[in-house]
Design a protein around this ligand. Sequence first.
Ligand code: IPM
Ligand code: MN
Length: 357
Amino acid sequence: MEETLKRIAVIGGDGTGPEVVAEALKCLKAVSDKVDFKYETENFNWGGDLFLKTGEILPGDAVDTLRKFDAILLGAIGHPDVKPGILEKGILLKLRFALDQYINLRPVKLYKGVKTPLANKGPEDIDFIVVRENTEGLYTGSGGFMKKGTPDEIAVQDSINTRKGVERCLRFAFEIARKRNKDRTVTLCGKTNVLTYAWDLWERAFHEIGEADYPDIKRDYAHVDATCMWMVKNPEWFDVIVTDNMFGDIITDLGAVIQGGMGVAAGGNLNPEGVSMFEPIGGSAPKYTGTGKINPIASILSAQMMLDQLGETRGAEILEKACVDVISVKMESMDAGKMGMTTSEVGDSVVEAIERL
Ligand code: IPM
Ligand code: MN
């Protein structure tokens, strides 16, 4: 059968973003030679530098341009000379919303040889995945000020939860629990004891959908504060965690740390029916720009998730194995500047491992 050519948009972004993406692209090339995955890339230099030069955050046709691609590989967004919020909202959140990437999928997996700050926990204990709703909740920008700047000022930030948005997120979580076939359990992470409107909707939908369409999947519930506690104390209890946008943002930084840090944590903004965007969970780490100290593994693993999502299962397997090889045998640490190798040496080592496999 003739392989179709995949088109990948590459947005290096700010700080160390372009450096880590360059390593991910090296690895993608090596994988493609191995498995006959055919693709082409196109670079977009959107980010803080362009904004400072032109005053434009994203060109008007950016979203329509990206719609024509099969996937997007993103480095990082966030520039020290641009006020926090402008680029994050104007690029990252804008693309997530406009491309309706309603799932933010963030695996929390401790690989062999990687140090976790959790005492007495190993790779067999830390292996779950967070399904974060990615287009609603507190992130929609709904709200406003009244009497701004006065002593009577009011600031409102609305959490938007639609039945449709909640339902598609829950269904995705149930499906992935089936696919993983680990404990076949989905834990709803919420706050039903305080946020009694939003989480009432989530909880009702969770049980209705679970009972009707996923009777083979166990349903569990934990408040978000308790989830944080269990993630530290008993991470082995989790298989799939499904949660809203804000809670998902918070608990996945904790997840990143228990899996070995921002250097290894990857994620995907998914629109299962459209164009998805893959990125490390960590930020642009501007202080390391150009120093060769940043760990590109998170970016390489985000490319791995991209291969999987594009249906290139074998390529994704090979890339994951190669990363594990390098992580567990060659790298001294996952932390920036302590890897025992430079950013590009990590990429080169993964390429070598791919060639050996
Ligand atoms: C993340 C980031 C973003 C978020 C920021 C940069 C807008 O923290 O991807 O987790 O809050 O979603
Ligand atoms: Mn975050």
